[in-house]
Write a protein that binds this ligand. Structure first.
Ligand code: AGP
Length: 618
């Protein structure tokens, strides 16, 4: 959450910073701000309630950061402490305006620090925890320290996970950034005659592909022609420069009205990327060279935990079911924020698989650290290259979805299911649990997925009609599914909550009679995931129960099903597909239902209220 970008170099800083903020806006869009050195002895700070408004304000004031050299810091905020107001927007400055700071994370001891500063005469102008950092840095520079020393000194006083970047008017040309724990990364961009700091490499890529990712407890001090790395005590660090393989592609919606519409439509291609170089369709085998374990190590695994948050947790639930079914190893999905705080019996025979498209989710990273401390084997499924999760895991399986701009996950979830599918087949094969023919059949089922998704996307018009005619005036929805369709029902409900702000519950259908059935009425339609399969008859029973209580049913059923049109009020058809492929297909109409309901309600599906794409605070 929160995006940071800073620049020191020969070009006017403001345009570079504003354009960087546009790239980082997915991290939070409550407010935005910029602070540039103008050689006047103070930092010129401009804040606004959004990047567009900030860009207008910067243009109106002709702020370029044109001192020599050009230096500035900028921020896009996801509010934690203090409301969405201009005074709470970053940068925060010292009372004399000579120190400015942008911050991502939470200062857990900020009340104690604030009291100490207030007692020493400091007047606060915001309700944020972040402002204490500006005053702490200022106190150290007043004592005659350099900006780098002052930042280290302030950083040592902070509890919790934070990343922050500071600049100081009396040291023109210098910016210092620090990373403490997992509150979102800091990437240093190394250019010829310029340097940048940013929360995400994407904001750096338009300028350079040479980067250094800061680790926890590291400090980077940049000037146009100089960069220095130290630890928190000032000991110099030798940090190798890494040439990222990623290239900058300006995010474009193409013919689509929203990024989310584009990302839903792309899924048939992105699942192919998730299979590339891993699946051999001719031999019917899967190879995952990213996995560093020997056959003996794989055979030694006696428990699998698949951990993540939100949509990624729903992928984990699917993955755990499939891994247990194909490998025979007991596997469970766990919410990372729970896993990290309970006394889980992890050991070296446990395999922990984490799923996190951003690679930055604070709870998921904390659970991974716990697993590392216990000596567990660790794999991670990630979209974002080089992020902290990839540094902790023994092996990284990239999703290959391509950058997802819409805050609600769609194509990254689909790709994570595809990678978990491959992982289940791979582990089953390496443990000799899965016969070659069965593995080959599973590979053949997977090969049909891109075409089946394309078919589903073509059929999207029906979802748009249903959203406009049936869902737009509803306030509550129930989603039901069984087996691997249960996590999909939860995901369908989550998408509806996130995008249309409707109250939606996802339940295992068998649980319905144990409480949720009390909610059923004509006010609360049920989306029933009822494709053909072993549990079809059970779902038909549930649908009868909903209908008997006056509830309306939208069923997702397999084409050719002759019962469903006479039973459900509406049917969305699914193509015939195998047991582990069908759950992926159900995602498409549920994404479309949520998207079209959001649009019909006049909301912005790309930027739902209160959300951020990267949840770097717990
Ligand atoms: C899904 O639409 C949300 N954006 C959210 O639930 C997300 O999946 C969750 O925050 C986990 O993110 P991660 O995959 O980046 O770890």
């Amino acid at each position: 959450m929160c995006g940071i970008i800073a620049y020191a170099g020969p070009k006017p800083a403001a345009p570079i910073l504003v354009s960087g903020l546009r790239t980082l806006e997915y991290r939070g869009y409550d407010s935005a701000g910029i602070g540039v050195q103008n050689g006047s002895g103070v930092i010129t700070v401009t804040r606004a309630l959004g990047v567009d408004q900030l860009a207008d304000a910067v243009a109106a004031q002709d702020i370029n950061g044109e001192s020599a050299p050009n230096v500035g810091i900028a921020h896009t905020r996801w509010a934690t402490h203090g409301g969405v107001t201009i005074p709470n927007a970053h940068p925060h400055t010292s009372a004399d305006g000579r120190v400015a700071v942008v911050h991502n994370g939470i200062v857990e001891n900020y009340m104690e620090l604030r009291t100490e500063l207030v007692d020493s005469g400091v007047e606060f102008t915001s309700e944020t925890d972040s402002e204490v950092i500006a005053h702490l840095v200022s106190r150290c520079v007043e004592a005659g320290e350099t900006l780098a020393t002052a930042v280290r000194c302030a950083a040592r006083r902070l509890h919790g996970a934070s990343s922050f970047v500071a600049t100081f008017a009396d040291q023109p040309g210098v910016i210092v950034g620090v990373r403490l724990g997992n509150a979102g990364g800091i990437v240093v961009g190394i250019g010829d005659g310029f340097h940048l700091l940013a929360s995400d490499v994407l904001a750096i890529l338009p300028h350079t592909d040479r980067v250094v990712y800061l680790r926890s407890g590291e400090v980077a001090s940049i000037e146009p022609s100089r960069v220095e790395f130290t630890d928190l005590l000032g000991e110099p660090l030798d940090r190798p420069v890494f040439k990222t393989g990623r290239s900058f592609e300006a995010a474009a919606k193409g013919e689509h009205p929203h990024f989310m519409a584009k990302e839903i439509a792309e899924q048939s291609e992105t699942v192919s990327s998730a299979m590339r170089r891993r699946v051999d369709f001719e031999s019917g085998t899967i190879d995952l060279p990213e996995i560093p374990y020997t056959d003996d190590e794989i055979r030694s695994i006696d428990r699998v935990i698949v951990s993540g948050m939100g949509t990624s947790l729903h992928s984990c639930m699917y993955g755990a079911q499939m891994i247990e079914a194909l490998t025979g190893i007991p596997a469970q999905a766990e919410n990372a924020s729970e896993l990290r705080y309970r006394n889980t019996a992890l050991n070296e025979r446990t395999l922990v698989i984490s799923v996190t498209q951003s690679g930055e989710t604070a709870d998921t990273l904390a659970a991974m650290e716990l697993a590392s401390a216990a000596g567990s084997k660790q794999l991670v499924l990630v979209e974002a290259e080089g992020t902290q999760a990839t540094l902790v895991a023994d092996g990284t399986l990239y999703l290959g979805a391509g950058q997802e701009i819409g805050v609600a996950s769609t194509k990254t979830m689909m790709c994570s299911l595809v990678v978990l599918y491959q992982l289940a087949v791979y582990l089953g094969t390496r443990r000799d649990r899965l016969a070659a023919q069965r593995a080959s059949d599973l590979v053949s089922d997977l090969s049909r997925l891109p075409g089946l998704i394309a078919e589903m996307i073509e059929d999207g018009g029906r979802c748009e009609k249903l959203a406009k005619e049936k869902l737009v005036d509803k306030r509550h929805l129930l989603y039901l599914g069984r087996g691997a369709l249960h996590p999909m029902a939860m995901e369908g409900a989550l998408k509806m909550k996130e995008l249309a702000y409707l109250h939606a519950e996802g339940y295992p259908a068998g649980e319905m009679k144990h409480g949720p059935i009390a909610l059923i009425s004509e006010e609360m339609p049920t989306v029933a995931l009822a494709p053909q399969g072993a549990l079809y008859d059970k779902m038909v029973g549930n649908i009868h129960e909903v209908k008997a209580r006056g509830g309306e049913v939208i069923a997702l059923a397999t084409r050719g099903d002759e019962i469903m049109p006479g039973l459900a009020d509406e049917v969305l058809w699914l193509p015939v597909a195998s047991q582990w492929i069908v759950p992926m297909l159900t995602l498409v109409p549920m994404q479309q239902l949520a998207y079209h309901t959001s649009v019909a309600l006049g909301l912005d599906p790309d930027k739902p209220r209160n959300l951020a794409k990267s949840v770097t605070v717990e």
